[in-house]
Every structure is written in structure tokens, then in C-alpha cells.
Design a protein around this ligand. Structure first.
Ligand SMILES: [Zn+2]
Length: 234
């Protein structure tokens, strides 16, 4: 029965390794998720600012068009001035010209204001753009890295799970069914005994039981947590 205890010790070790790899698999994507959320926030901020800036630019473009149209009209009105026959017509067109000029001056002032606003908006957009690029690179690297690690951990896990199954299959049937039963209630299903103490629930085993366990002839259960008990045989 020494063999069963050795297997049980091996099973417990494999089960621990499997658990820690499964935990590792769960934790691996955390860094990428963190970067992704930073990236999303930054991109959101950038898109808002860019949207504002685009609006300013479109207003400026529109005003520039209006200034040009107005100038063309002013030019043709000025040309017409000399050919006008009555004083009244002359005054009317002159007034249109001065109103047009005043409107264009207002437009030019607004264009200047927009220039300043656009300048300022560019000064926040440019560093945001480079931050986004930087984060994009980091994210790609982290993704590639994590994929490598994921593959590695997954193949290690697969191997361990195979060995775990093989070891289990060698346990005597009654021990195996006990193992499965306990596993459904608590993990791990096996506990090592050190100095007469179950190392999972830390109860001090009755001396007679400890003596039986040390004979390594049979697999015993912990009277408190019911885990299958084994000794470190190495
Ligand atoms: Zn116990």
C-alpha cells in the first residue's frame, strides 16, 4: 500500500500545481485589461476634444467662404458705383458696401478668435495623440506577451492534468471514490500529515491513527476534515 500513499502524495502535489496554474491563467489578462481601460478613457477624451476642434474648424471654413463671397460682391458693387445714375442709387449701393465691409470685419475678428481657440485645442490634442500611440504600442506588446504566456501555461496545465488523471487511475477503487467524494466538498481532497497533525484542518490526530498512518499500509481519512491523509515520502 506504500504505492497508494506515494500516488496520493503525487496527486496532492499535482493538484496544487494545477490550481496555481489555473490561478495564473485567470490573472494573466488583468494587465491587458488595465491597459485597455486606460486606452479607452484616453481615446474617449481625445475624441471629445477632436470633435470640438472639428466644429471650430468647420465654423472657420464657413466664415472664410462667406468673407470671400462678400469680397466678390463688394468688388462688383464698387465697380457698379461709377455707372449708377441717381444719387439715391449711389447712396443705397454705398451703404450696402459699408455694411458688407463691416460684416466682413466682424467675420475676420471671429476667424482670429477661432485661430486662437484652434491653436489651444491643438496644444492639448497633440500630446494626447502621442499618448494614445504610446499606449497602443504597450497594449499590442502586452497582448502578444500574454498570448505567449497563455499558450505556455495552457500546455503546461494540459500535461499536469494528464499526469493527474493517470495517477488517479492507479489508486485503489475505494480510495478513488473517497477522493472524488471529498473533492466535491472541499479542496484539496488530500492532506499531508506533519508531526501527527493534519495540515489542512490542523487537528492533532489520535496517536493510534498516526501509528497506523506511519505503517503506510492503508490510506486513512482525517477524523475532522475527512481528507485522505498521506506522509511526505521523499
Ligand atoms: Zn484534517
Amino acid at each position: 500500500m506504500n504505492d497508494s500513499m506515494r500516488r496520493l502524495a503525487q496527486i496532492a502535489k499535482l493538484s496544487q500545481e494545477i490550481n496555481s496554474l489555473q490561478q495564473e491563467l485567470k490573472n494573466l489578462p488583468a494587465h491587458v485589461e488595465e491597459l485597455q481601460s486606460q486606452f479607452n478613457d484616453l481615446e474617449g477624451e481625445y475624441l471629445n476634444k477632436k470633435n470640438e476642434s472639428d466644429k471650430l474648424e468647420s465654423e472657420q471654413r464657413q466664415l472664410r467662404g462667406q468673407v470671400q463671397d462678400e469680397e466678390a460682391q463688394l468688388k462688383s458693387k464698387e465697380e457698379r458705383l461709377n455707372s449708377l445714375k441717381t444719387q439715391k442709387e449711389f447712396q443705397a449701393v454705398s451703404k450696402e458696401i459699408s455694411t458688407g465691409k463691416a460684416t466682413n470685419r466682424e467675420r475676420e475678428t471671429r476667424i482670429e478668435q477661432l485661430n486662437a481657440a484652434l491653436e489651444e485645442s491643438k496644444s492639448t490634442l497633440t500630446p494626447l495623440e502621442s499618448k494614445i500611440e504610446e499606449l497602443k504600442g504597450k497594449l499590442q506588446n502586452a497582448r502578444a506577451e500574454i498570448q505567449g504566456s497563455l499558450d505556455e501555461v495552457q500546455s503546461k496545465l494540459k500535461m499536469l492534468e494528464e499526469s493527474f488523471k493517470v495517477e488517479l487511475s492507479f489508486l485503489p477503487e475505494d480510495v478513488l471514490s473517497k477522493y472524488h467524494r471529498i473533492q466535491q466538498k472541499r479542496q484539496p481532497a488530500a492532506a499531508v500529515v506533519l508531526g501527527g497533525t493534519c495540515q489542512e484542518c490542523f487537528i492533532h490526530l489520535p496517536p493510534q491513527l498516526f501509528i497506523e498512518i506511519q505503517k503506510k499500509q492503508e490510506i486513512h481519512s482525517c477524523p475532522s476534515c475527512h481528507r485522505l491523509l498521506y506522509l511526505n515520502l521523499d
